[in-house]
Design a protein around this ligand. Structure first.
Ligand SMILES: Nc1ncnc2c1ncn2[C@@H]1O[C@H](COP(=O)(O)OP(=O)(O)OP(=O)(O)O)[C@@H](O)[C@H]1O
Ligand SMILES: Nc1ncnc2c1ncn2[C@@H]1O[C@H](COP(=O)(O)OP(=O)(O)OP(=O)(O)O)[C@@H](O)[C@H]1O
Ligand SMILES: [Mg+2]
Ligand SMILES: [Mg+2]
Lengths: 248, 248
């Protein structure tokens, strides 16, 4: 039975999709059967792996997820595509607690074939993210070293505590991962100091530098490892993959 | 009766809040009575102007909005604060069409005192953004020159067309504004070419460069004009303010 990692943060544009795709690709390279689940109506994780969004979201269809999982051109890496269909997004976004647990169970039971599962979430704390948290074993929070990024974190932590209390007591705090890190900016160091003082061990020692290769890779349908294997972005995500696997 | 501008894009982290705050500040500097409405549960626009989120979201309270509007330290610039209260966010996010129109009317009737109104939206196409579109005269779409940013734009355009057809036929297309523009990156130029080819005149001639001063200003509770008036970010947003005012 695989480990389910939820990659979430309500702040937009902090590197959730880039982190989910890169870690999933890193695990696949390590020879582990890996699944990437796209829960974001933008379907960025789906297109990053060169696939098209599904007409209906597999989690709404109630057919065995196995039938909706797509193989990608990367060995050991499979994808449960997202859907842009507003009907489905709305349905998933308006589930109540008991339905959210049903969807989470649907996710957990059907994906027994994988060693590692990464769920990419939309930039919100609504039902889609809550469903992912309900199904997950740990949660990874990408965080940009900028002022606004700090603001929403406390709300996120509150929600995680609530999910642990009410619907998923095995959910563990994964790591806060500092992304788009620019050593030349004073702001980056200020925010890093504040985050490490406040959250301590929870903040991963590995930081992901700002590296344009990470922004270019998805436009070629490549992962950072197939697009620019010797880039700083690839090295950072390889390190992070080892850290995430080491924790299991 | 003031002009209501909705600043929206479902893609996260593209500069919606930075654009809404900077344009509102630009209009206030030009001597216009300006209101910034924070519809994002993250309340970034509220804290960028040095204020605290409201316990209950003013749009849910049904009291005259005039009573909830806060003065800021910036002359001519007022704020309708956001709220982090999940109950209110949930209530606003689950309104149906007719309620969304009621909230929009509540916004439109109560804000007669202002010349210019900017509404900062969350990174989603849900009810909060739809309510803002229903109340607005035009919509401004900040767009990062990156691959993922292009993806969600067609969905956004579809929603705008739907709002124009069903609930607000005076809504006009404002501009697509290219943000965090980095002339040194090939990716920036590639995306710009594609966007201008596809959207033509709708794309503003003014681009906002990546400028760390824009990320630093909110941590001091300042606008870009009070924090770094001679910065490239300030010049770009001054130009954009004149463009938005020129259009009315
Ligand atoms: N370390 C990095 N260096 C440079 N660019 C990056 C990095 N990480 C992500 N990006 C780029 O920044 C943008 C935002 O990243 P991404 O889309 O992964 O964030 P997100 O949190 O998933 O956004 P959303 O909130 O919209 O889901 C993308 O264009 C991506 O390619
Ligand atoms: N032109 C710019 N140059 C440098 N940094 C910028 C620029 N515009 C915005 N930023 C910074 O980038 C981050 C994202 O911007 P912002 O929060 O305004 O985007 P947003 O679209 O409102 O995000 P969300 O989707 O979470 O609401 C912020 O930390 C902001 O300070
Ligand atoms: Mg994403
Ligand atoms: Mg914002």
């Amino acid at each position: 039975m695989g480990v389910i990692h939820c990659v979430a943060n309500q702040k937009g544009g902090v590197g959730k999709t880039t982190t989910a795709v890169s870690l999933a690709a890193g695990c696949a390279l390590a020879g582990l059967r890996t699944l990437l689940v796209d829960l974001d109506p933008q379907c960025n994780a789906t297109s990053a792996l060169g696939q098209a969004p599904a007409a209906r979201h597999p989690l709404v269809e109630r057919t065995p997820l196995r039938d909706s999982v797509l193989e990608t051109k990367f060995e050991n890496l499979s994808l449960l595509p997202g859907s842009r269909s507003f009907k489905d997004v709305d349905a998933l976004a308006h589930v109540d607690d008991s339905q959210s647990r049903q969807v989470a169970e649907h996710l957990m039971t059907n994906v027994g074939l994988f060693d590692q599962i990464f769920v990419d979430c939309p930039p919100s704390l609504g039902a889609l993210t809550q469903t992912a948290l309900t199904a997950a074993d740990d949660v990874l929070m990408p965080l940009q070293c900028e002022y606004f990024a700090m603001e929403g974190l406390t709300q996120m932590i509150e929600l995680i505590r609530e999910v642990i209390k009410n619907s998923n007591n095995r959910l563990a705090f994964g790591h806060i991962v500092l992304t788009m890190y620019e050593c030349s900016l004073e702001l980056t160091h200020e925010v890093e100091r504040e985050v490490r003082d406040f959250f301590g061990e929870v903040v991963s020692p590995t930081v992901v530098p700002r590296d344009v290769a990470l922004a270019e890779a998805p436009s070629h349908g490549e992962t950072i490892f197939s697009y620019a294997p010797r880039s700083r972005g690839a090295r950072a995500y390889l390190e992070l993959t080892q850290e995430v696997l080491g924790r299991d």
